[in-house]
Write a protein that binds this ligand. Structure first.
Ligand SMILES: [Zn+2]
Length: 317
């Protein structure tokens, strides 16, 4: 069994051939070119898939099926993309179009959901049957997997933790809400908070610069900078509190944290665990593990392939 996993982003298309154990056999990436329209994007996906298969001495017809993760809202049952702003797609029948082009069965999923399936199959979530994954980036993506399956909810936004409301009258979010988690704890929010404190006169050894990112703030916090540590501590407070709330709602076996800031490791994971435990209080009957994601950019490819492995459980082990 050889599966095609596709991670379609606004900037690049990443794809790989994945075996039945979830190992990537070969992978590649090309620019998305979303502004050229859906037909051009799908054509590039097919060319990339054909090249990858060709390098392994295979044709597309030799593959079992394809899965694709996209940055947007998906109707999984219909295989349709409801809205993907980065791709300029709205109500697009992706499964039908891509299946016709590849002549393979295709499964469609949101990219954060696909990444969580990847981490559960081959990454930090191995062995879990239920987990919550949050990905800290420009915004905050999330997924809830329950009994081995992605929870979508009736409207398909099951697990949009980035828009949980954390404070009253908080920062305005692009979603129109106020005080959403991603306005307080995304990589973008960490930089904003740091700059606000600097402007208010708080000293830091880390100078402001146009390229300042969460990575620099996390490194400064790890090096003992007081202001950087304060910014990370506040973001971790909101992340830990939101995760405690999610645990009380869903009761997962584990938490996986992905995205650039999670790669900084304990400097952010340790305070998240601390605030999560504090918020759970007596409800923390047994500590729920909070783990950094392990697969990086490969999680999307592996998780997308997993969408097809799911339909053949007998071959999966
Ligand atoms: Zn929001």
């Amino acid at each position: 069994m050889c599966l095609l996993g596709i991670d379609l982003g606004g900037t690049s298309i990443k794809a790989g051939l994945v075996d039945k154990k979830g190992q990537i056999l070969i992978k590649g990436q090309v620019p998305t070119g979303a502004r050229e329209g859906a037909t051009a994007v799908l054509g590039r996906i097919r060319d990339l898939a054909q090249n990858l298969a060709g390098e392994r001495g295979l044709a597309l017809a030799d593959l079992t099926g394809a899965g694709i993760g996209i940055p947007g809202s998906v109707d999984v049952a219909k295989g349709e993309v409801r809205l993907a702003p980065n791709l300029f797609w709205r109500d697009f029948p992706l499964r039908e179009e891509l299946a016709a082009l590849l002549d393979l069965p295709v499964a469609v999923e949101n990219d954060a959901h696909a990444a969580a399936l990847g981490e559960m199959w081959r990454g930090a979530g191995r062995g879990f049957n239920s987990l919550i994954m949050i990905t800290i980036g420009t915004g905050i993506g999330s997924a809830l997997i329950s009994a081995g399956r992605v929870h979508h909810g009736v409207f398909g936004y099951g697990a949009e933790m980035g828009h949980l409301k954390m404070v009253r009258d908080g920062r305005q979010c692009h979603c129109g809400g106020h005080g959403c988690l991603e306005t307080l704890a995304s990589a973008t929010a960490m930089v904003r908070s740091f700059r606000e404190y600097l402007a208010a006169g708080h000293p830091s050894r880390l100078p402001d610069s146009p390229g300042l990112g969460a990575r620099e703030i996390l490194a400064a916090a790890a090096g003992g900078d007081e202001l950087a540590s304060r910014v990370i501590d506040e973001a971790a407070y909101y992340l830990g509190t939101a995760l405690a709330n999610a645990i009380l709602l869903a009761g997962p076996e584990g938490i996986v944290i992905g995205g650039g800031p999670a790669q900084a490791g304990e400097v952010i994971l340790a305070p998240i665990r601390k605030y999560m435990a504090a918020a759970l209080g007596a409800w923390q009957l047994k500590p729920v593990p909070v783990l950094g994601a392990e697969l990086g950019n490969d999680a999307g490819i592996i998780g997308a392939a997993r969408l097809q492995a799911r339909v053949e459980p007998a071959e999966d082990e």
